[in-house]
Design a protein around this ligand. Structure first.
Ligand code: ARG
Length: 268
């Protein structure tokens, strides 16, 4: 390349760079957070596995929506932080946070001791528990009855954990699915005899699929679970902002309004 051409090429690169920054192009930092070209406010990248209605799902025009999404937006608003959502499969979701591809996770994630070693959780924002789904004509009455059956779970969830405890880690009768709706569909099709998953999602699926002819079975042995928002271990500043946001939306009625939109009036 001649000197002239090189200078021209350089000018072109500089110009296009300017053009991009003029368009407000965001740069991804190593941490996954995007920062404006002038070093302005970071945009935190939020991962959520949007196949988990009513907590997170994709609308017809592929927007991520749901209870968790509304909670996260309201929390971010109170915390004064900018966020954007990326649909992220549950199986890889914790890794995506640890690796820095996501900064925040909200995905109906149960706070567990094991997970708390890997990441930091906000104060709980939702109480849940496992729930069993079976065909309406099933004989199942309690969790223990599933022992000799084919049971569907979503991989790496707390449902997967409780079923492993009952049936053994490598039991071939435990059928693992990439998503809870897939497990429910398989139950509907007769490929498994039961599904164990978070109560909110099971109830939602059955309500929206009356033709599937399913019913639920509760069991006293299922522990209470609490959903938390996760950040990278040691990301204390961000976590403090999120916790403040959660407190604020609980205090001013925003949380209850979101809750009612998805679950109806709170029984208390
Ligand atoms: N609460 C369960 C867990 O933390 C299931 C969460 C699944 N979430 C999702 N968006 N698929 O293991």
């Amino acid at each position: 390349m001649s000197m002239k051409r090189r200078a021209f090429a350089l000018a072109l690169v500089v110009a296009s760079g300017l053009l991009l920054s003029a368009c407000g192009k965001k740069e991804e930092t190593a941490s996954g957070r995007s920062v404006g070209p002038d070093g302005s406010q970071p945009v935190y990248v939020v991962g959520s596995d949007a196949a988990y209605a009513p907590f997170e799902f994709e609308t017809d025009n592929r927007q991520i929506a749901g209870f968790d999404i509304d909670v996260m937006k309201a929390v971010a608003d109170k915390a004064g932080i900018s966020i954007r959502f990326i649909n992220t499969p549950f199986e890889g979701i914790f890794n995506s946070l640890v690796q820095g591809d996501r900064d925040i996770l909200i995905s109906a994630i149960t706070i567990t001791d094991e997970r708390s070693k890997q990441m930091d959780f906000s104060t709980p924002y939702f109480e849940a528990s496992q729930l069993i789904a079976v065909p309406a004509n099933s004989t199942v009455q309690k969790f223990d009855d599933l022992k000799s059956m084919k049971v569907g779970v979503q991989t790496a969830t707390t449902g997967d954990e409780v079923v492993q405890k009952l049936m053994g880690k490598n039991n071939p009768s435990v059928k693992r699915f990439e998503g809870t709706p897939l497990a429910m569909k398989e139950l509907e099709a007769g490929g498994v005899d039961a599904v164990v998953a978070d109560n909110g999602v099971v109830v939602n699926f059955i309500a929206n699929n009356p033709n599937a002819k399913l019913r639920t079975v509760t069991d006293g042995s299922f522990p209470k679970e609490y959903y938390g928002i996760a950040v990278r271990k040691g990301d204390a500043e961000l976590l403090a902002k999120i916790n403040k946001g959660i407190d604020a939306i609980k205090a001013d009625g925003t949380y209850d309004a979101i809750y009612e939109r998805y679950f109806g009036k709170k029984k208390s």
